[in-house]
Design a protein around this ligand. Structure first.
Ligand SMILES: Cc1cc2nc3c(=O)[nH]c(=O)nc-3n(C[C@H](O)[C@H](O)[C@H](O)COP(=O)(O)O)c2cc1C
Length: 193
């Protein structure tokens, strides 16, 4: 049974990305995956303090909820990440988690000396994002950020489900096609693990 860690990156508990992520989780569970849910807004997580306490061991020196989250991420074969677009990238909650994973980047590239570009990414990641506007470049920043965050966790971006024109809480409920797509993506994701 594949293990998946699902990360809720929005400050809204019942916002657009949370609703889409729930659909993906449902799809993944229906396909037989075991999914642990991580709601970032409920956790106490300091931003990275850039003290490089991780330089010797690859472990972040700040003791808070990050350690528990990381344990789930590393125990998973798949990571489902959902974030709203805030100023053309991921939410602050999501970015804090990403920056704390610099400890994994340090372990991978400084301690274990993995050459840049060497493909060792044995996990898969599915990214779900929603933004209010409809611009062509709406997701460009977030996709770059997510790609490199996933890489620090030995994770390959498997698919991105990106939704424009969603602003207010509940907007996504007016788009049953988006909800279906997220469910299907979760199902196919679990099958791909
Ligand atoms: C701080 C903040 C920054 C935002 N920045 C953008 C943006 O750059 N582009 C955009 O299209 N929407 C932006 N939005 C709108 C959200 O992306 C949109 O409301 C989204 O559906 C929220 O998803 P959620 O309900 O999962 O939190 C922003 C909203 C907030 C609160």
């Amino acid at each position: 049974m594949p293990q998946i860690a699902a990360v809720f990156g929005s400050p809204r508990r019942r916002g657009n990305t949370a609703t889409l992520l729930r659909q993906a989780i449902k799809g993944a569970r229906d396909a037989g995956a075991e999914v642990s849910e991580i709601v970032l807004r409920d956790l106490k997580m300091s931003p990275c303090l850039e003290i490089y306490g991780c330089k010797q061991s690859g472990q972040c020196a700040i003791q808070d909820d990050f350690q528990g989250v990381l344990k789930h991420l590393l125990a998973s074969q798949g990571i489902l990440l959902a974030s709203p677009i805030f100023f053309y990238t991921v939410s602050a909650h999501t970015k804090i988690l990403m920056d704390r994973c610099q400890s994994r980047w340090v372990k991978k590239y400084w301690i274990d000396n993995v050459p840049f570009g060497a493909h060792r990414n044995h996990r898969k990641g599915l990214f779900i994002a929603a933004g209010a506007t409809k611009g062509k470049k709406l997701f460009e920043g977030s996709l770059l950020t997510v790609k490199y965050f996933f890489d620090a966790l030995d994770t390959q971006l498997w698919r991105a489900c990106l939704y424009r024109g969603l602003d207010f809480e509940g907007d996504v409920l007016k788009h049953p096609d988006y909800l279906d797509e997220a469910y299907q993506a979760g199902k196919e994701f679990a099958a791909a693990l």
